[in-house]
Design a protein around this ligand. Structure first.
Ligand SMILES: NC(=O)c1ccc[n+]([C@@H]2O[C@H](COP(=O)([O-])OP(=O)(O)OC[C@H]3O[C@@H](n4cnc5c(N)ncnc54)[C@H](OP(=O)(O)O)[C@@H]3O)[C@@H](O)[C@H]2O)c1
Length: 265
């Protein structure tokens, strides 16, 4: 895949999947717009990319504040110009039983994972439609296709992303806009460490399932392949985490039994 003369905007670029995707895109020749909240980390990520600060941009965005995000992203877009590929990747997970989780945790998961994604698409999409080109990529999750314990809020927010992307694809296909929904299974990142527990505090330690998941390198190679092939949706995962959506689709009763038995932490 050749990304020379292409601009790729990636949220959640300070860590995990977003950071590795930025590296792979830069290796392929892209100019990358790096977004997240921690500017010092964004600067370190940018400086390590081929092309450094001459080729890449930093835009601080807080996905939890959709209104402010739209103001900040629109201002940045005026300087940056055309976006060829937007990757809505920034997000936060959850590890907590429904009965022990405060309402505020549900609100935060929806704000960051869903509304923040919608807000940034609203800023970037109009120019893509006007020029009849571009890709909108949203990193949802296998949890956006099927539920499991401890993730009622996370799964809800990711189901919302999957549904929104399906609708958006239907609306903008006539403009030639490609919409890709990525549903990763377990990937080795800080996602579990940063996951919200019932009271909204971070879990603070990783999970064995995450530590044994796909590497970010493998995951991002598959994301780029799906972008290149202009796929609508891709599930990326090894073992049960990659098979879960298929099991649920064809054997829903079996899936429900397995999900009720398994505590996936
Ligand atoms: N790892 C997995 O197993 C897995 C599986 C399925 C889906 N996913 C999805 O993949 C995406 C990337 O996650 P990851 O695994 O790479 O996790 P990660 O290592 O924890 O990275 C999360 C990224 O999201 C950013 N972020 C979090 N809250 C934010 C906010 N309020 N505003 C702006 N940026 C925010 C973080 O940046 P700052 O803290 O610097 O703001 C960080 O760059 C997420 O959407 C996640 O749901 C991951």
């Amino acid at each position: 895949m050749n990304l020379e003369n292409k601009t790729v905007w990636i949220t959640g670029a300070t860590s995990g999947i977003g950071k590795e995707l930025a590296r792979q895109c830069a290796e392929l020749g892209a100019s990358v717009v790096l977004s997240a909240r921690r500017v010092d980390v964004l600067e370190a990520v940018r400086d390590a990319l081929p092309g450094g600060k001459q080729r890449h941009h930093i835009v601080r965005l807080d996905l939890a504040d959709a209104e402010q995000l739209m103001v900040d992203a629109a201002a940045a877009l005026e300087n940056i110009g055309t976006i060829d590929i937007l990757v809505n990747n920034g997000g936060i997970s959850q590890r907590g039983f429904f009965l022990e989780t405060e309402l505020e945790v549900y609100r935060r998961l929806m704000d960051v994972n869903y509304l923040g994604t919608v807000a940034l698409i609203k800023v970037v999409l109009p120019a893509m439609c006007a020029s009849n080109q571009g890709s909108i990529v949203s990193i949802a999750s296998v949890a956006g296709k099927c539920g499991s314990k401890l993730r009622t809020g996370y799964s809800g927010s990711k189901f919302a992303v999957v549904g929104m992307m399906d609708c958006l694809r239907a609306e903008v296909s006539e403009h030639g806009i490609h919409c890709l929904t990525v549903c990763p299974g377990y990937v080795q990142t800080d996602i579990a460490i940063n996951a919200l527990t019932g009271d909204g505090s971070a879990k603070g330690v990783s999970d064995s399932v995450i530590d044994e998941g796909l590497t970010t390198t493998e995951c991002c190679q598959q994301i780029l392949k799906a972008i290149d092939k202009k796929q609508d949706e891709v599930v990326i995962g090894k073992g049960v985490s990659g098979l879960a959506p298929t099991i649920k689709r064809f054997f829903p009763g079996l899936y429900a039994k397995l999900a009720a038995k398994r505590v996936a932490v």
